[in-house]
Each structure stands twice: as C-alpha cells, then as structure tokens.
Design a protein around this ligand. Sequence first.
Ligand code: SAH
Length: 215
Amino acid sequence: MSTDPNAPKLVKLIMALRRDGIHDTRVLAAMERVPREKFAPQSYKHLAYENQSLPLGLGQTLSQPFVVAKMSQELALKPNSRVLEVGTGSGYQAAILAHLSQRVTSIERIPELHHSARARLLSLEIYNTDLHLGDGFLGWPSGAPYDGIILTCAPDSVPQELFAQLAIGGRLVAPVGNQNDRQSLKVYTRKSETKLSAKTLGLVQFVPMLGGLSS
Ligand code: SAH
C-alpha cells in the first residue's frame, strides 16, 4: 500500500482528466509520475492535485493540470520527438514533456523562474531538458526543427520565427489572441514547407507573451 499522502488526490485527478477527454495513456502516465507539489509555491502545495491553476509569483501562473494534459496530448509526441516550449515558468509542463519526448528545449524570460526551474528539474533527476534564458519570440533556432512547439504564454498571433522552426508533420499548440483575458487554444500542423493547417479547441486563460528579457 502506498504511504504517499497525495496518492488518493492524484488518483482522483487522473480520473477527472480521463473523464474530460485525456485518453493518451502516455500523457496520463506522465501526469501520474511528475509530482506537481514540487512545482507549486509553499503556500499552494496543498492544492497541487486540484484541477486548477496556481500562482507562481512574479505575476506568473502554473497552468491547470487539464490544460497541461490537453496541450501535451495535442502535440502527439513520440519517444524520439524533440520539442520546444516557450514559457518555462515552474518547469512543470517541461517535466511532463520530458517524459513524452527525447529532448525538451524550454525558454523563459524571467531569470528567477529560469534558475529555479533548472534546479527543480535536476532535483527530480530529469536530465533531457535544455532550459534557456531568452526571448521566446525568437524560438531557439539551434535546436530546430522541432516535432512539437508549445507556447504557455499567449501572443496576439504566433510569431513566424516559431512556425519556421516546426518540422514537417510537427504540431504547434498555443493560446492565441485576447478576448477579455481569454485566448483561443490553437493547434497548427505543418503539412509541407509552405502549408499549415489550423484548428481551434476552445477558450483558455494564459499570461501574455511579452517581448525581451525581464530585467
Ligand atoms: N509552463 C509553465 C507555466 C508558465 S506561465 C509551467 O508549467 O509552470 C508563462 C511563462 O511564460 C511565464 O513564466 C512568463 O515569464 C513566460 N514568458 C512570457 N513571455 C515570454 C517570452 N517572450 N519568452 C519566454 N518566456 C516568456
């Protein structure tokens, strides 16, 4: 029998994710394996397995588990995929992606968040992530092309630089636009060198994607 006091809450969360349409067993397994309480600030750890977003400090947000799972599922990653994330934040989404792919490159513009995410992922013995301090509007060209690109902050429209770093057959998942602080969750698939298809999945709420490094 498990002695982890969070185990019953985690079981409940996984059941809620399944009920809400998360059917990818690799995504569900990753959500089970990554301890979300390690990514939540001290005063919110007791809410880590509730299906809700949590404040990270510095005006940033740890996304809701359902949204993390949904975006991860939409990326349709394979064990040998390479993925780019814009908006490392706590590193939670990066940790989930690390279980689903070969290598995760993740960019954050706020130095404090970048440094603490790096320390956190190492303490969890997650070694297949490359975390960079930088401006996500530029992507990370030296690792391109990526099989998946995920934005966890919302631009008005997806920067061309990011589309340019998406492999043929690859998917880019992002919250786009702004209607009363909500965005459309979009999934783009690169069909060929010149062709992208797009679908919209519904409304989500993310912090804005801001240009330049935070000082
Ligand atoms: N994926 C995170 C949640 C991130 S919140 C997690 O799992 O915890 C969104 C993050 O995007 C914030 O940390 C914010 O600083 C960052 N961000 C906003 N604009 C950015 C940009 N242009 N480049 C890189 N990061 C950016």
